[in-house]
Design a protein around this ligand. Structure first.
Ligand code: ATP
Length: 231
């Protein structure tokens, strides 16, 4: 298992927002991590990434507990967060965005170097000298995705990557996520409000409600269980 959560609890101040969150993912698996606004999905991603301390439970990456592993070290090990709201530098050009992150994350022998992300997203190659913040939402999201995989990404935590994208672009981007995961045995946790699009590429679906897991199964099982009332 590449990522394993066991009984994870996390929160802010006096408030514990998520509790008893457990799941394990194999290399190449895509998890659609769903639920209404405020259910605790982003909080769970922050806890996995080390941006919030655990109040209970454990996160393991490649079988090793991450308790004493800082955020930068998690990134170096291949755990990557694509935050809600894109996480790009809007005032820098496409090329500058990629160079800045590559300087930190791309070591010799890395899975994704600078040339690889331009091959993956040719439109970014055409836009190298464009200010990132002036591009379309879809192009900004491709840039954000590139920044999150540079180096050797092994597990992507994607927080609502479809926000602000036209429906046809969402399908295309999700197909690219699925291809990335299949081709490179990369694991993805996909937090989405776009339930149908996320379920289309997912191997597994987990639904959170008020900080707890209320459904865990395959997309077919989710459809059969009529889980729509959770959204
Ligand atoms: P959304 O789609 O709205 O982001 P979510 O499922 O990702 O929903 P979280 O962002 O994890 O939900 O929020 C869960 C709960 O934690 C909410 O009640 C929210 O108000 C609260 N919360 C989130 N961030 C903070 C914070 N920085 N400080 C205090 N409470 C917070």
């Amino acid at each position: 298992m590449v990522l394993r959560l066991t009984g994870v609890a996390a929160g802010y101040g006096p408030k514990t927002v998520v509790s008893d969150v457990s799941f394990a993912l194999e290399p190449g698996q895509i998890l659609a991590f769903l639920g209404h606004n405020g259910a605790g999905k982003t909080t769970t991603l922050k806890a996995i990434m080390g941006l919030l301390p655990l109040r209970a439970g454990e996160v393991r990456f490649d079988g090793k507990p991450l308790l004493r592993t800082g955020v930068a070290e998690r990134v170096a090990q291949g755990l990557r967060l694509l935050p809600e709201g894109r996480g790009i530098f809007p005032d820098l050009t496409v090329e500058e965005n990629i160079d800045v992150v590559a300087a930190r994350n791309v070591l010799p022998g890395a899975m994704f170097g600078i040339a690889d992300v331009y091959t993956l997203f040719p439109v970014l190659d055409e836009r190298r000298t464009t200010r990132a913040g002036s591009m379309s939402g879809g192009q900004q999201q491709m840039l954000a995705m590139s920044l999150s995989i540079l180096g050797t990404a092994r597990c992507l935590l994607l927080d609502e990557p479809s926000i602000g994208l036209a429906p046809n672009l969402v399908e295309r981007m999700f197909d690219q996520v699925r291809d990335l995961c299949r081709t490179h045995a990369m694991t993805a946790v996909l937090v989405e409000q776009n339930v149908a699009a996320a379920m289309r590429i997912a191997d597994r679906v987990i639904i959170m409600n008020n900080g707890q897991i209320v459904f865990d199964g395959t997309p077919d099982e989710a459809r059969a269980a009529n889980v729509w009332h959770y959204f």
